[in-house]
Design a protein around this ligand. Structure first.
Ligand code: FAD
Ligand code: DHB
Length: 394
């Protein structure tokens, strides 16, 4: 016999979307139970995003999760955009009055886990055979096994926060769902290095050899990325080869700027795609974060979009569960998708402007756009507005 539990909302996935949703729901007076296939340690240690938009920081702060961002995060006014022999600073604060923060996803996840533990949030880690039921009814359920025990959770709604490989997005019937996808012909080789960043703010570099980016996690840890062909085995890139390519593409030696190498502690190859599935809700199922959409990483939107989705979803589920008011829940998909498509376009634009292809015509168009951004305040303001992030309810 399965153990049967009842709650207001079952949240599938304990990544940033799922954990933040449980936190925001509690503030709405709504109970939830989180179900996650991986262990708590595994979820906490995944090295992923590093930049929080202005609105994400505001939201996390209002939700009582801002203390460590304030203390340990690093507020940046803007970014550097560069191509050979040119480096231009775009000051988002001057252009839009909004800044961004360097604060790793691992840290966001730690803050969420600490807050949910303090609130005694019920979370099942290492759940197996997670299955959704009765999504078209007002009493949906999620079943799984915890250890060897079968568990069934019944609720008013299911939140699909299970990332791009989870079962929730596929639970929307084929006849209802529509997907859009763009696969890019390059990947990122990402490295984490125990060395002080060689720059005060992030550098996005166009180079004939391929894109490179210099980011960071703290005063002593740098995060760097190189464009590589799809399917590149990580062991093709020795540490020396990585530092040499970064130095070339980031402009070591130009105008006295130097890239300081250091010990590499993590190395991985990340493929890139854009993917949107609509609608973001069906019956009593609501998708949020990577479960509904993936963006290529250029422009740092993935984590911020997940945060924005659940900021919209929590009050919508609050109205549904507390008052039986279906209006906000029915509007959720359309409202969230406005921002999703804006970020999908921005990420595609940043990606295709900065990554080199075999086509010399593309390269000329890319350099023309970069020149325009460097010389036009209107161009810079558009980039800044999208990068620092539009208001949550945009
Ligand atoms: P996730 O973080 O994927 O969380 C989903 C959770 O659901 C996971 O814990 C997963 O284990 C769980 N789950 C899966 N299946 C099930 C199931 N059947 N039952 C229960 N739980 C399940 N974004 C940026 O902005 N900048 C970056 O540099 C960047 N780098 C990235 C690098 C990598 C390798 C990846 C994969 C993503 C990266 N992203 C980056 C994107 C960003 O990390 C994501 O957008 C963000 O994690 C989305 O949060 P989420 O909670 O929606 O999904
Ligand atoms: C990081 C990742 C990004 O995709 C980006 O645009 C900026 C920073 C990072 O991991 O630090």
């Amino acid at each position: 016999m399965a153990q049967t539990l009842r709650t207001d909302v079952v949240i599938v996935g304990a990544g940033p979307a799922g954990m933040l949703l449980s936190h925001l729901l509690e503030a709405e007076g709504i109970e939830s139970i989180v179900v996650e296939t991986r262990s708590q340690e595994y979820v906490a240690s995944r090295i992923r995003a590093g930049i929080l938009e202005h609105s994400s920081v505001e939201l996390l702060t209002e939700a009582g999760l801002g203390a460590r961002i304030e203390r340990e995060g690093d507020e940046h006014r803007g970014i550097y955009l560069q191509w050979p022999h040119e480096r231009h600073h775009l000051d988002f604060v001057d252009l839009t009055g909004r800044s961004v923060w360097v604060y790793g996803q691992t840290e966001v996840q730690k803050d969420l886990v600490a807050a949910r533990s303090a609130a005694e949030q019920e979370i099942f880690y290492e759940a197996a055979e997670v299955t959704l039921h009765d999504l078209e009814s007002e009493r949906p359920a999620v079943t799984f096994t915890a250890g060897d025990e079968p568990v069934r959770i019944e609720a008013r709604a299911v939140a699909g926060c299970d990332g791009s490989f989870g079962p929730c997005r596929a639970a929307v019937p084929d006849a209802v769902r529509q997907t859009w996808e763009r696969v890019y012909p390059y990947s990122w080789l990402g490295v984490l290095a125990d060395v002080a960043p060689s720059t005060d703010e992030l550098i996005y570099a166009w180079h004939p050899d391929g894109f490179a980016m210099h980011s960071m996690r703290s005063a002593t840890v740098s995060r760097l990325y190189l464009q590589v062909p799809n399917g590149t085995p990580v062991d093709q890139w020795s540490d020396d080869r990585i530092w040499q390519a970064l130095a070339t593409r980031l402009g070591h030696g130009q105008d006295g700027w130097e890239l300081t190498p250091g010990p590499i502690t993590d190395k991985s190859v990340l493929p890139m795609r854009s993917h949107v599935q609509t609608p973001m809700s069906h019956g009593s199922l609501f998708l949020a974060g990577d479960a509904a959409h993936i963006v290529p990483p250029t422009g740092a939107k993935g984590l911020n979009l997940a945060i924005a989705d659940v900021a919209l979803l929590a009050p919508a589920l609050g109205a549904l569960v507390r008052r039986g008011d279906e209006g906000p829940a029915q509007a959720y998909s359309d409202t969230a998708l406005r921002r999703v498509w804006r970020c999908t376009h921005f990420s595609w634009w940043m990606t295709t402007m900065l990554h080199t292809s075999d086509d010399p015509f593309d390269a000329q168009l890319q350099l023309s756009q970069l020149h325009w951004l460097a010389t036009s305040e209107a161009g810079r303001t558009g980039l800044a507005e999208n990068y620092a992030g539009l208001p949550i309810g945009f």
